[in-house]
Design a binder for this molecule. Structure first.
Ligand SMILES: Cc1ncc(COP(=O)(O)O)c(C=O)c1O
Length: 397
């Protein structure tokens, strides 16, 4: 191990013990290498970024180095993009759902009136917006983004949450004026309930995951997420940093990975970093899909504190897009995010960040790899590696 900051002995031992459950999945040769056109259209994504950069309160989130973690891993550098303060909403999700609400309202109003309103016109108060209700199922963060977008652009919003979602998440959504409805059963039941209610009431579903026959809105959500990657590339260039060789991205349904990896791939071409998806051990649909060489689902129950990553099925278009791009996936036992959150909170990695379970998963994965030289070798994490990771949310409890 490289010299530098060390983990406390007890924490190190606990990590080593739990690491035996960390699962690395590498690509099956059966997977398609040819890229898919259309899922992430560069022109549309650029338009999404321009719109979001113009929103009141927009600021790039910090990209900081973690020299302590780089020393533990024995790599040249670790950069972390800290999304915990994005639009003061606590997660990167504010980039996607709110943008999709804007586009859904523009489409609906144009259909009804023949005139497409601008974002500024909606914000100033468009007479048709209050007559259009948007809705979504959410584990919390996406629902908050949709609720915030609805408040910004003037339409009512109903968010369906799983029964066991923590109260702080419900309150955060309600603080934007949205109605929160809790639904019993697994997340699939929440999604089904949302669709039925929407069909019955004529509401517009603004979901972050795609399924057969429902793709346009999730594509817009992912276009919004590309801003995170665009900022990273700009910030790395401004810091005079050499290009990343690896990028670790949390994966739930895969929208974030599509937006972020997609933008890096489109901008960097052959010089792109290796992409590693990070997901809970109990909801490892990307790892399974990589290993088995075809889209695969994880078996419920997805009992993990990493609620934003607790997806057993990838968004259809996310997998279609990521299949040729993803290099590996890491499935994490619960102790890993906890180690990541604790290390980030302490500041000993080089920056002090408050992160929730899904938010800390990427840094937790890197901490775990510090104790696993065999996996580091398989991933090509050596002294010349420059690693990117994301803190995707703050802590909500
Ligand atoms: C904090 C956080 N990180 C990561 C993700 C994963 O994003 P996606 O579902 O687009 O893969 C989510 C999804 O809700 C999330 O809330």
């Amino acid at each position: 191990m490289a010299a530098g900051p060390r983990l406390a002995a007890g924490r190190w031992l606990a990590l080593r013990r739990t690491m035996s459950q960390l699962r690395l999945s590498l690509r099956s040769p059966r997977l398609r290498r040819r890229a898919t056109e259309g899922v992430l259209d560069p022109t549309e994504a650029a338009a999404a970024r321009d719109v979001i950069r113009g929103w009141h309160g927009y600021d790039a989130t910090p990209l900081v180095t973690l020299p302590g973690l780089a020393a533990l891993l024995g790599v040249e550098a670790v950069w972390v993009k800290d999304e915990s303060s994005r639009f003061d909403l606590g997660s990167f999700k504010s980039l996607g759902g709110a943008f999709a609400v804007l586009r859904a309202l523009q489409d609906q109003i144009e259909r009804r009136s023949g005139v497409r309103p601008s974002a500024a016109e909606l914000r100033a108060g468009h007479p048709l917006a209050p007559k259009i209700t948007v809705t979504t199922a959410s584990a919390g963060n996406h629902g908050r983004s949709v609720a915030w977008g609805s408040a910004e652009f003037g339409c009512p919003c109903v968010v369906f949450l799983p029964e066991d979602a923590i109260q702080a998440r419900a309150l955060a959504i309600e603080s934007h004026g949205a109605e929160v409805v809790r639904v019993a059963g697994p997340y699939d039941a929440v999604v089904g309930h949302t669709d039925r209610k929407a069909a019955r009431n004529g509401w517009i579903v603004v979901s972050d995951t795609a399924y057969e026959g429902y793709e346009e809105t999730p594509r817009r959500v992912m276009a919004g997420y590309t801003l995170l990657a665009a900022e990273m590339l700009e910030q790395l260039a401004a810091a005079g940093a050499r290009p990343l060789t690896h990028l670790f991205v949390q994966a739930g349904v895969g929208g974030l990975a599509t937006g972020v990896c997609g933008h890096f791939a489109q901008q960097c071409g052959d010089e792109r970093p290796r992409f590693v998806a990070v997901e809970p051990w109990r909801a490892d649909c990307f790892g399974r899909s990589l290993r088995l060489g075809r889209a695969s689902v994880a078996e419920p129950p997805f009992d993990t504190a990493m609620g934003g990553l607790a997806a057993g099925v990838a968004s259809t278009i996310a997998w279609e897009f990521l299949e040729p791009l993803l290099d590996a996936a890491l499935a994490l036992p619960e102790a890993v995010w906890a180690a990541g959150a604790e290390a980030l909170e302490s500041g000993r990695l080089g920056a002090r960040i408050t992160a929730g379970p899904s938010g800390a998963a990427g840094i937790g994965a890197l901490l775990a790899l510090a104790a696993l030289p065999g996996l580091r070798r398989l991933l090509g994490l050596d002294a010349s590696a420059r690693v990117g990771a994301l803190v995707t949310e703050t802590r909500f409890d």
